[in-house]
Design a protein around this ligand. Structure first.
Ligand SMILES: NC(=O)c1ccc[n+]([C@@H]2O[C@H](COP(=O)([O-])OP(=O)(O)OC[C@H]3O[C@@H](n4cnc5c(N)ncnc54)[C@H](O)[C@@H]3O)[C@@H](O)[C@H]2O)c1
Length: 405
């Protein structure tokens, strides 16, 4: 309105506010449901994935090892894209896709997908959160055991022709304290396995209730209480601002001298520079790392450290996990198409609110306001002031309109 001479107009809009219903608990009207007819699989995914999609009438193209430009050119006409972790589904790729309705990640983390860009385009991003839980938990346990008995170092030494029994003196896990930070799917499985070795399991999780973790043998406490008690610490949180550098110089200093740590979750949850300093000072007695901030890591200081056992991100690399994830993502897509259920959609809540009845009404309101303004400014005798009042129970709508006017 600035700079315009407007007269007076009063617009009264009435808005009702239906109860909010989460997307995954209601049946989606088929007209609104994404209905992919063509799916591009851009990585080597278990063959069951293709078979299930095709059995359900979806045309599938498998094209692997594409460079970014090739993917941008290829993605244009597909309705669905299935990836593992190597395909970088950046905003450029998403914006190049004219029909894309769903991005399925056969695996857990969606770090390789620009979820915000997808959400802005109304594209569902789906993962298979539990397909690789057991595999990641088992690798964590393997690293804990390797740290206690120096298995990889001893094996390397044997291959070099040595017979060095003193150098690889270990320590039992029995009776030791394992701190588990992040008590979700994998944290829980690690706990039960390591309890069978006689470890005492303690942990911290801001969401999992203490009585729930207590039922599977993990006593919860604050991190301040946890750090000084642990002989071993393993992290199983997502990587997000609140978990970046959970173990850092300050928190390592609070730990027992010689504490051993495992990161089989995401690179950066244990601060890499702080870990190296702690290993060099002996504050940390050893680290098992499956993940790195940069993969593969260009800086090899951690990998080369004698007390570090590392793997090239192998947590989900088992035949069983890959089969489960390939099958799960296909079944989830089919269930969504059939309107049975929506499982594993990481941006479902955002999309639900974007496409909800409430938002439709706000969109209608926006259109109505736009139409009024157009006629106001087109009028021969322009208004000096336009007042918009909204009617309806939802206070936020009134706030919204006030803020915008
Ligand atoms: N190495 C691999 O190949 C591999 C394979 C699978 C999963 N992962 C990773 O393992 C991690 C755990 O996976 P999951 O399936 O158990 O996830 P999950 O969502 O089931 O559990 C994560 C838990 O972390 C908790 N959490 C969040 N913020 C926290 C914080 N600040 N402190 C402590 N706990 C916090 C959550 O409440 C949740 O209970 C993820 O980062 C995932 O990407 C790695």
């Amino acid at each position: 309105f600035t700079g315009q001479q407007l007269g007076n107009a009063i617009l009264l809009l009435s808005i009702t506010s239906p109860q909010h219903q989460p997307l995954n608990t209601r049946r989606w009207p088929s007209a609104e449901r994404p209905n992919p007819e063509t799916v591009l699989i851009s990585e080597s995914v278990d063959p069951r994935c293709r078979a299930i999609l095709e059995e359900n009438g979806i045309r599938v193209t498998e094209k692997t090892s594409m460079k970014k430009d090739e993917l941008i050119a290829e993605i244009k006409d597909y309705d669905g894209l299935v990836v593992r972790s190597a395909t970088k589904v950046t905003a450029d790729v998403i914006n190049a896709a004219n029909n894309l309705k769903i991005i399925g990640r056969a695996g857990t983390g969606v770090d390789n997908v620009d979820v915000d860009a997808a959400t802005k385009k109304g594209i569902i991003v789906m993962n298979t959160p539990s397909g690789n839980t057991i595999s990641a938990a088992e690798l964590t346990c393997a690293l804990l055991m390797s740290l206690s008995r120096n298995v990889p170092q001893a094996a390397m030494s044997m291959k070099q022709g040595n017979w060095d029994r003193k150098k690889f003196m270990g320590a039992e896990l029995f009776g030791k304290v394992l701190g588990i930070v992040g008590l979700g799917r994998i944290g829980k499985e690690v706990a039960s396995r390591m309890q069978s070795f006689g470890m005492k399991t303690i942990g911290y999780d801001p969401i999992t209730p203490p009585e729930v973790s207590a039922s599977w043998g993990v006593e919860q406490m604050s991190l301040e209480q946890l750090w000084p008690q642990c002989d071993y610490i393993t992290v199983h949180t997502p990587l997000m601002p609140s978990t970046v550098g959970l173990l850092n110089d300050e928190t390592f200093a609070k730990c027992k001298k010689g504490v051993k740590v495992v990161n089989c979750a995401r690179g950066g949850i244990i601060d890499e520079a702080a870990l190296l300093r702690a290993l060099e000072s002996g504050q940390c007695g050893g680290a098992g790392l499956d993940v790195f901030v940069e993969e593969p890591p260009k800086d090899r200081s951690l990998v080369d450290h004698p007390n570090v056992i590392s793997c090239p991100h192998l947590g989900a690399s088992t035949k069983e996990a890959q089969a489960r994830c390939g099958e799960d993502i296909a079944l989830q897509i089919v269930d969504m198409v059939k309107g049975k259920k929506l499982v594993g959609a990481v941006n479902a809540q955002v999309l639900a609110s974007t496409f909800s009845q409430e938002s439709h009404q706000l969109i209608k309101l926006g259109e109505a306001v736009g139409a009024v303004l157009r006629s106001c400014s087109a009028s021969k005798k322009p208004f000096s002031r336009v007042q918009i009042a909204t009617k309806g129970k939802n206070y936020q709508f009134n706030q919204f309109v006030k803020a915008e006017t």
